[in-house]
Design a binder for this molecule. Structure first.
Ligand SMILES: Nc1ncnc2c1ncn2[C@@H]1O[C@H](COP(=O)(O)OP(=O)(O)OP(=O)(O)O)[C@@H](O)[C@H]1O
Ligand SMILES: O=P(O)(O)OC[C@H]1O[C@H](OP(=O)(O)OP(=O)(O)O)[C@H](O)[C@@H]1O
Ligand SMILES: [Mg+2]
Length: 282
């Protein structure tokens, strides 16, 4: 059986389980369940702390896992990203009271607090900066400056609300742009079971990003219409019973669907229908 690590708590947990469910896997009903076997799909899920997942996968005890890119890099584990999943997006940034610093180069000798010491130490080293102190905290890192434990912090920023509430501002370039990712042990080699798991998740990603668009258009305008809806390979064009009309079917990006419908209407397309893609393999 393929052994898969799934986040059991926090920002990654619910969207990861939702995606696995959409990909046809059993998911736990009770958040206290730590192991779940899905015999039909020949997989076993281990619900683990997101921060620990890279360690388990890097050790080779588990074949594959879902975690955050930032958590993977922070761990230093022997695991690598194989697919980005498009949820739990965040940036990882330095922040402090207004004017405290303008970039990483200003942090020489300064005290920094973070939950991601691996990531920050690497970034400082890459920039040739030696901090006065690098303190690891479990959470609520924003308060470290107010309480005098650090001069600046480095933390996950999603909406920026936590920083604003703490009266702090980001400074310098983002250290990292993060996303939920699928990881495997580094140089794990070919595994058809892992490939099948990845294909299923890719199918969900495509089904979320694209919709199917159908419309009728006069044959003499089909070239213009197809330029608006080129599809992934090439759209299907079929004759209609009424002479001079064709039906076109094509995948389009969900976020562009309304604009494309307006543009198609303007060139004479009618009966424009948009439907969700439930699942796919491209
Ligand atoms: N608003 C957010 N807060 C924290 N992590 C976030 C947020 N948005 C996305 N993430 C991502 O979620 C992962 C962190 O998940 P984790 O479960 O460790 O922390 P959490 O969601 O803050 O949960 P908790 O602090 O309750 O343990 C990281 O990959 C991070 O980039
Ligand atoms: O930019 P925002 O949308 O405000 O989100 C980012 C904040 O959310 C997380 O904190 P969390 O609530 O997980 O508390 P923690 O620091 O105790 O982990 C993270 O550590 C930031 O503080
Ligand atoms: Mg947190």
């Amino acid at each position: 059986m393929l052994r898969i690590a799934v986040p059991n708590k926090g920002s990654l947990s619910e969207p990861a389980s939702a995606m696995l469910h959409e990909a046809g896997y059993r998911q736990r009903k009770d958040s206290k369940e730590l192991v779940l076997v899905d015999p039909e799909n020949q997989v076993e899920f281990f619900f683990l702390r997101p921060r620990d997942i890279a360690i388990y996968v890097g050790s080779g005890r588990l074949d594959i896992g879902i975690t955050g890119r930032d958590l993977l890099l922070d761990s230093g584990a022997d695991a690598e990203e194989v697919l980005a999943l498009g949820f739990a997006g965040s940036t990882f940034r330095f922040a402090g009271p207004a004017g405290v610093a303008t970039g990483v180069k200003d942090l020489e000798g300064r005290r920094i607090a973070t939950s991601y010491t691996g990531l920050v130490a690497q970034h400082l080293a890459d920039n040739g900066v030696t901090p006065g102190a690098l303190t690891k905290l479990d959470g609520a890192v924003e308060t470290a400056v107010q309480l005098g434990v650090a001069d600046v912090i480095a933390d996950v920023v999603e909406t920026g609300t936590s920083l604003r509430n703490a009266g702090m501002e980001v400074f310098g370039e983002p250290i990292l742009v993060s996303d939920a990712v699928v990881i495997r042990p580094t140089d794990a080699g070919d595994d058809p079971r892992a490939d099948q798991f990845l294909r299923r998740l890719q199918g969900v990603l495509v089904a979320r990003r694209y919709v199917m668009m159908d419309y009728d258009i006069r044959a003499e305008r089909v070239a213009e219409a197809v330029a608006l809806t080129p599809g992934l390979e090439s759209p299907t064009v079929s004759p209609l019973h009424s002479e001079g009309w064709v039906a076109v079917r094509s995948m389009v990006l969900r976020k562009e669907a309304q604009r494309i419908m307006d543009d198609l209407w303007a060139i004479g397309a009618r009966a424009i229908l948009v439907t969700n893609i439930h699942a796919c393999r491209l």
